[in-house]
Design a binder for this molecule. Structure first.
Ligand SMILES: Cc1cc2nc3c(=O)[nH]c(=O)nc-3n(C[C@H](O)[C@H](O)[C@H](O)COP(=O)(O)OP(=O)(O)OC[C@H]3O[C@@H](n4cnc5c(N)ncnc54)[C@H](O)[C@@H]3O)c2cc1C
Length: 488
């Protein structure tokens, strides 16, 4: 079979709708491996990106080389994010080895700069397989690489249970999305892991890979030129074992009451706290749903969980895929932008400094309780996020500043930030359904009080404790955050 024909191996694959060519190059003659470049899908099992690379490698009679690297200069790089990523990367490499695949890693630092490493690894590749991420660094980098290399770059969706391509391009609202998504779920729930039938790559490399060890991560990270004021959070331990433990906890403790408890931010067992592990792909949605479907919990709880994980999360992935810039303020509904602009000149008595907001030291106790959860845990309960986000509109000098501040705080502090769900949910808080009544500052955008927390038994006390909990003293930037696209 001609080299070009071997790409058809992926079009015939049962997972083919996950695959999207990012350029139209043909596989390189003489390539030594299929490069599988992972940025965010940091798991060795149930990973369609690795499976696609293995399938292509088998067709080309080439081994797969899995590569994962972390730079110092990606936006919001901090001890918190680096540790979560690198601990997952250690388990990724170990899992790849168990699958008979070579996995090499690089952590950029002063004494180990490897300029253009993906391009250099690409020189010896017959093809490059990357993950299809619709937001943040993984999107920009994959598109840039695809435009510059001479080999095919194939993007594979690993983040969703139902590949967005199955839904089509023409869906406008979540109801229409669900009409197509729900019936498709069963067909995408199971998967077969592809087995490599070529021995693991052991040939030359254009760099010396790092050997990462869990007990040395702290020292390694301490030496990097990243934000050390945002520390590792013990509430969300990193790595595959920790992710699996959260999944076990979901099935045993959270799911049995999920539909009734989910909105109660004061309960520790109201939510799964899986979002950091899902964002960095330490767990995939297929394995989470397999655990949920196999659990003993009642149907209403399973349905509610599926609505969050599949109905909302995958809707935001789908939306982001079809937006040029999902992170941008102008993605919000035109009516909402108009009403917020109409009220841009209103007095803003609730305005706060960035420093007070960042450190959870505003005049609003409830808001501080929310923000301090981000600071301490690197995660926030959904019910708190809604109040937190709505209030930012009143706390900042303009709607554009509010958008930029909400994205900045979420992206910098939250392990699950920088995600399609980040920008999709913030956009919902800035728009949603218009109200009949005009309010100062908000116009016809709905406001939100803190009653859903305060009115619960013990709610006031819970908020007072949460608003005064000790938190790390994060650094305050010299300039306020700006919508990146308005700035450019
Ligand atoms: C202003 C605002 C900002 C948000 N920012 C993010 C973010 O940066 N990253 C992020 O993953 N989620 C975000 N969410 C959605 C939601 O708050 C989190 O997914 C959820 O709180 C994560 O906690 P959990 O894993 O315990 O959720 P659970 O209640 O246990 O839900 C299970 C999973 O379903 C998904 N899910 C639940 N709620 C939503 C939702 N509203 N939208 C999309 N997916 C959902 C998540 O993957 C979650 O892990 C945001 C919501 C709001 C209102």
């Amino acid at each position: 079979m001609a080299l070009s024909g071997r790409l058809a191996e992926l079009s015939d694959w049962h997972q083919a709708p996950r695959v999207r060519p990012l350029n139209d190059r043909l596989p390189a003659q003489g390539g030594r491996y299929v490069l599988c470049w992972l940025q965010q899908a940091l798991r060795a099992c149930d990973n369609p990106v690795i499976d696609a690379a293995v399938r292509l490698g088998n067709a080309l009679h080439l081994p797969v080389l899995v590569y994962h690297g972390v730079r110092e200069d990606y936006p919001y790089a901090s001890d918190r994010l680096h540790h979560f990523i690198l601990r997952a990367s250690i388990d990724l490499a170990e899992g790849c080895r168990r699958r008979g695949l070579a996995c090499v890693q690089h952590v950029e630092r002063a004494e180990r700069r490897e300029k253009g490493l993906v391009y250099r690894l690409g020189v010896a590749a017959a093809a490059i397989v990357v993950e299809d991420q619709p937001t943040f660094v993984a999107r920009w980098q994959s598109e840039r690489v695809a435009g510059r290399v001479d080999v095919p770059v194939l993007a594979v969706n690993a983040a969703c249970l139902v590949p967005p391509a199955v839904i089509g391009r023409d869906v406008q609202g979540r109801t229409a999305f669900l009409r197509r998504h729900e019936p498709a779920r069963a067909a995408w729930a199971a998967w077969d892991e592809e087995i490599a039938d070529v021995a693991a790559y052991s040939g030359a490399l254009p760099f010396t890979p790092d050997t990462l060890r869990a007990d040395e991560l702290g020292t390694l990270i301490a030496g990097l030129d990243i934000d050390h004021s945002v520390p590792v959070t013990p509430m969300h331990p990193a790595g595959r074992n920790a992710a699996e433990a959260r999944l076990t906890r979901l099935v045993a403790d959270v799911l049995p009451g999920y539909a009734s408890n989910r909105n109660d931010a004061t309960r520790l067992d109201s939510a799964s706290s899986l979002s950091p592990y899902l964002h960095f792909g330490v767990l995939g949605p297929r394995e989470v749903m397999a655990a949920v479907n196999g659990a003993a919990a009642g149907g209403q709880h399973k349905r509610k969980f599926a609505d969050e994980l599949l109905g909302w999360r995958e809707w935001f992935h789908y939306q982001a895929r079809h937006l040029d810039a999902p992170e941008r303020y102008d993605r919000i509904a035109p009516w909402a932008r108009q009403t917020l602009t109409d009220h841009a000149g209103d007095l803003r008595p609730d305005q706060e400094t960035l420093s007070a907001m960042l450190r959870g030291e505003t005049r609003d106790e409830t808001w501080n309780a929310c923000q301090r959860q981000f600071l301490a845990e690197g995660w926030m309960h959904n019910n708190l996020r809604m109040y937190w986000c709505k209030r930012i509109i009143a706390m900042t000098p303009s709607p554009e500043a509010a958008w930029a501040t909400a994205c900045y705080l979420n992206d910098r502090l939250s392990l699950d930030g920088r995600d399609p769900s980040t920008y999709g949910n913030i956009a919902m808080m800035f728009a949603g359904a218009p109200t009949d009544r005009e309010c100062p500052v908000y116009g016809r955008v709905a406001t939100r009080g803190d009653g859903s927390i305060r009115h619960r038994a013990g709610g006031d006390a819970w908020l007072a404790t949460a608003a005064s909990r000790p938190v790390p003293l994060v650094s305050v930037p010299e300039f306020p955050p700006v919508d990146p696209y308005l700035a450019s």
